[in-house]
Ligand binder design. Structure first.
Ligand code: BGC
Length: 449
């Protein structure tokens, strides 16, 4: 499998059987792509105006679209998926970030995110852990006694009830902390902060990670229309007029195209998942699920895999297999780890083809989401637009940005030059701190009115 023209695979090298799977998983035909985009736009419209059913939640973010950030020091927190991040940054009088933001990253223990054995995870243990990490970070940086405003990124579907409050609607990405559903994560955080002696910190904004990425994008470039996450989970947010909206695009159900897009493998994965029928787009796109899609596609060829537990393959494995070259040693090591010793060149080729098929579809769907929100905001694509994207998939999966860009180019022709896909790092944490500064600035303006 060779990567040509920014694509993840050269289909002429595939066996007939794999070619058939490839044809089923490929979404690049103009009719299918157009159908996807139209369905997505129709659901944006219905979700926004509450006119009929929509799988897109279209949650208003309450964050001002502003170029005004109050000078000072801010703490951005990011509770999203695998890791918990704290970011400390200062904004100077010229609306610039002073120096490099300070960042601390800790892996979140699995038992805090989901049940272990018969014991359910609790919000108290989760937020005690979070508060302890913050305390250690602020002490290390010598600022634990200071009154610092906090922007809190909580990357799960949360209905906002104000700029700094919201109610968790449901868990995604296999997190499951039952007692937090229906409650306000800010209250849980503030009471944990109180317990560790940080009661003086005030959370002035609660936001989704996509919104943080959007705010960071806009801070850097006023042409920014949307912010997206392509990582453990996936989702996009965008400015529609002067308001930011979290689309919760991971929940898109493909509308009438579902029978065409969802394969038998997708259906099995969904039925056996934590949340059947929900997050269908996320289950086809995000890092949390790509390894499992690959395992299920490999099952008919490698019986040994059926003895393995689900989730034995991670999205990083797909990236390593796709980046492999020569006689594919990394792919051989991947097979060894799966308990399949002495893999043949044909086996390695097959694994690479399957990884390419799964990864290509993920990138194609992401491109179609971007196209739908571009067209929704600017139907004739008359202006230049920047789409900021954060997440390991976009950053590390070989060929991912190229596959997205090449589909956009195929569908938009020359107009694709008006669209820039831009990678940002730590977008959710830095964006949270910036959002806190934006909310402080707008509160000041309101007070002067
Ligand atoms: C959540 C979104 C989040 C996305 C990316 C999804 O599972 O529902 O709120 O933005 O993951 O982290």
């Amino acid at each position: 499998m060779v990567r040509r023209h920014g694509q993840l695979m050269d289909t002429s090298l595939l066996s007939p059987e794999i070619q058939e799977i490839q044809a089923q998983w490929d979404l690049s035909s103009p009719e299918l792509a157009r159908g996807f985009v139209e369905e997505f736009k129709a659901q944006i419209r219905r979700g926004l105006h509450h006119q009929g059913p929509s799988s897109l939640a279209m949650i208003e973010a309450f964050i001002p679209k502003t170029a005004n950030f109050k000078p000072g020091t801010y703490l951005g927190l990011d509770l999203s998926g695998t890791n918990f991040r704290s970011v400390l940054l200062s904004i100077d009088g010229h609306q610039r970030v002073e120096g490099e933001p300070l960042v601390a990253v800790t892996r979140i223990p699995t038992e805090l995110k989901q049940a272990s054995g018969s014991r359910a995870a609790t919000s108290e243990s989760l937020f005690d852990f979070v508060a302890t990490q913050i305390k250690v970070f602020l002490e290390n940086e010598g600022v634990s006694g200071r009154q610092i405003r906090v922007g809190f990124t909580f990357a799960f579907p949360t209905k906002m009830t104000g700029v700094s409050s919201g109610l968790l609607m449901k868990w995604t990405k296999t997190w499951d902390v039952p007692d937090l559903v229906g409650s306000d994560p800010v209250e849980a955080l503030e009471s944990a902060l109180e317990k560790v002696g940080l009661g003086h910190l005030r959370v002035n904004v609660l936001l989704n990670d996509t919104v943080g990425t959007l705010v960071l994008g806009y801070f850097e470039d006023r042409n920014t229309l949307a912010g997206g996450i392509l990582g453990t989970g996936t989702n996009f947010a965008a400015w529609l007029g002067d308001m930011g909206f979290n689309f919760e695009s991971g929940n898109f159900d493909f509308g009438s195209l579902k029978p065409r897009i969802q394969t038998a493998v997708d259906r099995q994965l969904d039925v056996e998942s934590q949340n059947p029928g929900q997050q269908l787009l996320e289950k086809a796109v995000s890092g949390r699920y790509l390894g499992e899609l690959m395992r299920r596609l490999m099952l008919p060829h490698f019986k040994a895999l059926s003895l393995q537990v689900p989730d034995i393959i991670a999205s990083d494995d797909l990236s390593h297999v796709l980046a492999d070259c020569g006689d594919f040693p990394a792919t051989g090591a991947f097979f060894d780890r799966l308990g399949i010793q002495g893999s043949s060149p044909g086996d390695r080729q097959l694994a690479r083809s399957i990884a390419g098929i799964v990864m290509t579809r993920s990138a194609q769907i992401s491109a179609l989401v971007v196209l739908a929100l571009l067209e929704y905001a600017d139907s004739a694509l008359e202006r230049e637009h920047v789409i900021t994207i954060d997440g390991a998939l976009y950053e590390h999966a070989p060929g991912y940005p190229e596959t997205m860009k090449s589909l956009l180019q195929q569908l938009l022709g020359d107009r694709s030059a008006r669209v820039e896909l831009k990678l940002v790092k730590d977008g959710s944490g830095i964006g949270a701190a910036l959002s806190s500064a934006a909310v402080e600035a707008s509160a000041e303006v309101d007070a002067l009115r």
